[in-house]
Design a binder for this molecule. Sequence first.
Ligand code: NAP
Length: 282
Amino acid sequence: MKTLLLPSGSAIPVLGQGTWYMGEDPAQKKREIDALRLGMDLGMSLIDTAEMYADGGAEEIVGKAIQGRRADVFLVSKVYPHNADRRGMQAACERSLRRLGTDYLDLYLLHWRGSLPLAATLEAFESLKNAGKIRDFGVSNFDRNDMLEASALPGGDQIAANQVLYNLMRRGPEWDLLPWCRKHAVPVMAYSPLESSAAGQRRLLSNPHLKVIARRHDASPAQIALAWLLRQEHVVAIPKAVDPAHVRENRASLDIVLTAEDLVELDQAFAPPLRSTPLDMR
Ligand code: NAP
């Protein structure tokens, strides 16, 4: 699997697996574990989860999926903003580690910016890093101004990634966030790369231009949407899939090479931003 280097020098796979909505329904547990294991077998060793997902239920699913293969996995979890100071984060991280059945995270992210001071969050991250509980830390749903502010604080130069909503229909981050992150070598993790809501996903995947390009590559529209993200420097994509056919498709999207003509057509169908817009989030 292709990787990017984090500022710390650790390698992060460019294509991973999301877990939002996993762990909600006990009847789906086996399918979810099997899907994550299939993804790992295919090389998608980055798994993204959060204490928020199913109130820890998704972390438990991940814990089962990675049992016996922790060393092969790049594990990402996220802390609630209200737990993001020294005391709260230490306890939250311990709970996550217990559910995940491991003693360290590869990357721990602040899920979104809350009301606790960023300085306290960075201090808490550094303390967990020094204790060996996490290898790297980062943020999520931070716009360029948030990045500027955070990176100027003590420990801010260690921010290893920013996870944001980014896909063909949500190109706002291209205006100033992606350039900033590229300049500072901070990878952007594109969440909801296929749109998480059923309505949004229908709108994206039924786009006639996307369908034409997909046919040209003998691929699905979802694969083209992922290939478009994955062709970019400093971008990681983390689609969530439980259907094994989706898992296989997502892995194969990495091998699709979009042509200059494809890219022009995609820009016509999904216009890049012409001004700064607030970061989308959900
Ligand atoms: P997503 O991965 O873009 O879309 C998930 C949906 O797409 C599921 O319904 C899945 O169906 C379907 N799907 C997956 N592969 C497909 C394919 N090849 N063809 C057609 N449909 C496909 O949305 P997401 O789950 O919102 O985002 C991905 C991950 O990002 C999350 O799971 C989570 O880990 C992370 N995330 C982070 C934040 C944040 O605030 N930091 C917010 C949202 C999400 P099946 O499951 O049935 O296969």
